[in-house]
Design a protein around this ligand. Sequence first.
Ligand code: NAD
Ligand code: USQ
Length: 404
Amino acid sequence: SQNSNGYISKPKKVMVIGGDGYCGWPTSLHLSNKNYEVAIVDSLVRRLFDHQLGLDSLTPISSIQNRIHQWHSLTGKTMQLYIGNICDFEFLSEAFKSFEPDAVVHFGEQRSAPYSMIDRSRAVFTQHNNVIGTLNVLFAIKEFCEECHLVKLGTMGEYGTPNIDIEEGYITITHNGRTDTLPYPKQASSFYHLSKVHDSHNIAFTCKAWGLRATDLNQGVVYGVRTEETALHEELCNRFDYDGVFGTALNRFCVQAAVGHPLTVYGKGGQTRGYLDIRDTVQCVELAIANPAKHGEFRIFNQFTEQFSINKLAGLVTKAGEKLGLKVEALSVPNPRVEAEEHYYNAKHTKLIDLGLKPHLLSDSLLDSLLNFAIQFRDRVDHSQIMPNILWDVASRKPSGIEP
Ligand code: NAD
Ligand code: USQ
């Protein structure tokens, strides 16, 4: 790329931790396509969870090595690959020293709320993996590349569902006549969501104490599967989770509609969350990297484009399915989670728009193509994995014998 003096500048180097996952893989491709130099860091632990729990992506996915190889064959672009666990600081240090990133995008966590609620061992695994992993990333930046901008995936679930508007990270409060701008209160509702809160605190502290620069992307629920780059070849295909552990609301409903399973509305269905298209995930991350936080700044963006209740989503999928000749029915199943089923929800999300995000809002045509996508792969659906079976209020279950 050319800078303002007309000189050719070196491409920015971006390390994508978790670059084999649902959000990380399309983001890696997108950044590579935009001429960033990309290195993927991943332990492949997510593929292991699938094996352990007997789950599989709706879409067949290639190995990370074949994915990268195919991308190179198609575009001539290379990506570095570091296979290892970021909780292993020696491994992470080597990756940092050899790649020398200008920015790190950190997707590499255990991201399922139900998984974190299976039993004590999974709760501990989730918080250890996520909190220690992020702490190691912070130390690696401090030790090897203090200039490096951390772009960390957080979650809208850090805020919970308070009865007031949700701001982007900070809220100005006047108390007993004095005013201050403070971190927005956090009320997470799973051991997974809590791990993100702990991460945010550690990142905020290191920005203050060490002058690191970081952006926390409090992302809403992601839907969709294809991006411009993953659509280029079947070996670049993204994963698509529909099961009761890793599948998320709208994606699950599309698969359920495609196979004639009733849509699984948990409880009253008034649960409202922020949602975004996977094509906007990759766009948002690119915007955050292109416009880095300042030294010492801990920036927080709410990364979603629209908010919906579960009932609203079920209604939209029912309508879209009927247009395709599917018989779709929504069913209220007992809510496995402890969460508000009817609540106020109004979350701000203007900072990414201000940076230039052009949202892909949920449209009939997207629902259509997502449903058709699910229909294309419906023979791969394991019906026994659809219903949720992890309960929030069972404190201690017998260990299942599967240690992560
Ligand atoms: P995913 O499970 O598909 O991908 C996560 C990747 O990180 C996997 O490839 C996994 O192997 C890797 N990983 C996990 N722990 C690691 C470790 N210790 N060392 C190295 N690699 C490790 O998840 P996703 O849906 O792509 O989510 C990515 C990030 O975005 C997560 O942090 C998640 O919390 C966040 N997020 C996801 C959604 C969503 O709807 N999918 C919404 C909001 C936020
Ligand atoms: N829900 C249903 N039926 C389903 C699945 C979910 O009613 O079949 C409800 C849940 O009870 C919940 C809401 O839909 O109220 C969202 O659940 P989800 O499984 O789609 O998403 P969640 O558990 O919140 O987690 C997902 C990602 C996580 C990310 C989070 C963003 O797995 O990594 O952090 O979305 S957010 O929801 O904004 O916190």
